[in-house]
Design a protein around this ligand. Structure first.
Ligand code: ADE
Length: 261
């Protein structure tokens, strides 16, 4: 996969040289380049921002350097590269979106700073890219760079060969709509705390059931919104019994929290 990141702070993306993503780049699995937006300016001051039309606080990123940068890094329009614009005003980034983006031939990340990029850039870019404003969550960062670090890591680890054991992608949080079960390692007794006994039983069916129950309990406790999004056909008899105990009715539309008596 090819990834291009455009930013006025290329140094912010240095962590992409480390760990799994850094190794994937070295191994040629990921062709990732970071570009300085200011190198696409033409004035002496290398200006990238200006005051907003209509007034208001802050500055807006000028269209000209963005158009030059996107034209230079955009690759082949026929391949429909994806232009991701990190923004708190975007659609929410999810594991499902990470899987979808991992299928694209090229991702271009446009890191906005200040109040954002002139909207016309996104309209114009739609002729070449599949343009997607994307938000990490309902909070505001100073710019898109930190969001890009998160998204590149989430997408990059799904590319074939990047994660050594692909099994580890299957049993993790969000892969089946639930949070991951708790994990333990040696010693089996530590500071007076023993690991759950079933994990020593060697009974794989019992261990799988225990882990599934823990996933459901943890998700109901921390992310009840995810429980209500489970498809009823994904729930077996034991799941349904536990959800009932946790205060959910499972109907055709999926689990619904029972009103408190
Ligand atoms: N840029 C600023 N805030 C952001 C957020 N929450 N997600 C993605 N990009 C952002």
């Amino acid at each position: 996969m090819r990834i291009d990141v455009v930013s006025i702070f290329p140094e912010y993306l240095a962590p992409l040289e480390l760990s799994l993503i850094g190794k994937a780049r070295q191994d040629g699995l990921l062709d990732l380049k970071v570009h300085d937006l200011r190198s696409f300016t033409t004035d002496r001051h290398r200006t990238v921002d200006d005051t907003p039309y209509g007034g208001g606080a802050g500055m807006v990123m000028k269209p000209e350097p963005w158009a030059e940068a996107l034209a230079a890094v955009g690759g082949d329009a026929a391949a429909r590269p994806v232009l991701i614009v990190p923004s708190p005003a975007g659609e929410r980034f999810t594991q499902a979106m990470a899987y979808e983006l991992a299928e694209a031939p090229q991702l271009v990340f446009a890191c906005g700073r200040y109040e954002g990029i002139d909207e016309r850039v996104l309209e114009w870019a739609a002729g070449h890219f599949d343009v997607r404003p994307v938000s990490l969550g309902d909070y505001v960062l100073n710019g898109g760079e930190v969001a890009v670090l998160a998204m590149v890591e989430a997408v990059g680890r799904l590319l074939p060969g990047v994660v050594g054991n692909p099994e580890s992608l299957v049993e993790e949080s969000h892969s089946d709509g639930l949070l991951e079960y708790p994990v333990y390692t040696k010693p089996s007794s530590w500071r007076g705390r023993d690991i759950p006994e079933v994990l020593l039983s060697g009974n794989h069916a019992k261990i799988a059931r225990f882990r599934r129950d823990e996933q459901l309990r943890r998700t109901a406790d921390r992310r009840p919104d995810l429980i209500e999004r489970l498809a009823p056909e994904s729930l077996d008899k034991a799941d349904r019994a536990l959800l009932d105990e946790l205060g959910y009715d499972v109907a055709d539309g999926g689990p619904r929290r029972r009103a408190e008596a």
